[in-house]
Design a protein around this ligand. Sequence first.
Ligand code: ADP
Length: 397
Amino acid sequence: MDRQVGTVTDNVGPSTWDRVCEEQVERLELERATLSSILDSMADGLVLADADGHLIYWNGRIAELLGTSLPLHVGMPAAEFKHLLSQHIADPEQGLNNLQCSSDELHRRPRLDLRIVGARPLTLQAMQFPIHGPQGEDWGCGLILRDVTEQRQVDQIRASLLAAVSHELRAPLSSIKGFASTLLRPDVSWDVDKQREFLTIIDEESDRLAGLVDELLDTSRLVLGGFKIEPEVLDLAPLLERIVAQARSQAPQHRFALEIAGEPRPVWAEPRRIQQVLHNLVDNAIKYSTPGGEITVRCRPQDDTLVISVTDQGEGIPQEEQSLVFEPFYRGQSPERAQKAGLGLGLTICRGYVEAHGGHIWVTSAPRQGSTFSFSLPVYQPRAARPPAEATGNVDA
Ligand code: ADP
């Protein structure tokens, strides 16, 4: 756009003069309208005050962000604007005292979060800036209000995840440190049995720590898409028998059953990954049900897949949570389940691994009636086209 103002000379006649003036006014009007549309289309709210601290401009976004239009007028003292704003803020004392009304006071250019109350609660970041003329003179100041609600929610989730991860890692670490320090006490000499007992705990807790770190690494590989499966022809029956035998010795107070139905058909899968899926599901069945309960592992053919399921008689999962349990770090609403150790990554990893094999995983459950976690795997088809040898998992973060 040509922003040059034309020069009017003395020898221009009155009608030419009028025409030039009209053109200039039109051009200025157009520029003003363009500028105003641009400022109104900004994602941020904008308020400008002159050097005396009186309002000279505000854009339409201010009203959208506050959910209502404020009775603003040109020349309104900025202190009055602050007062109007304070009626929409959860903690006006805390936030607004730091908002300055004139550029003289803007030496620190504070940024602060304002919590807006109303039908749609928002967190707005307020940013102030001075406005200078061409010679650096004080022309006033501006205030930008930016919607940072989502960003703050993400920050909060991140902080609570970090706290949860640190808490989970700290528990085994504290026990390792405690038992190692006890063994090293110079004033006590432990007999061989005690030494063995303490070393066994250190060994088990180190495994738990390594397991948690593995879960974090596996999840990050699944989320970033950087992991591959190496499938082979796999007969599931011996694997299921081994898993159930291990579970029996790990949780002798639970009862275990294994049911394999139909013709034995091999699947096209990576044994290590499928073993981990089964371990996670059986561990959860033990963890989220009371000792004495029965845990049944089943395997049955269905079309071109084998469906493997793990059923427990635990407290179950309400309908509304059933799709969420596969999401990273989801630990459920029930205080009983949240009390159990865990990061909320086991089922995310199971889903990533199963889907990388071309299968599906799902849960059927009812509160106080137990849960059944099932997953399908494609059966091995020697002549037909097989799934790609290097399928990759992909889990949404
Ligand atoms: P973690 O067990 O570490 O919390 P998971 O991803 O394995 O992580 O499980 C996520 C959540 O799903 C658990 O915190 C729990 O609330 C719920 N859950 C998983 N398995 C079961 C089960 N067999 N019975 C009841 N709730 C379960």
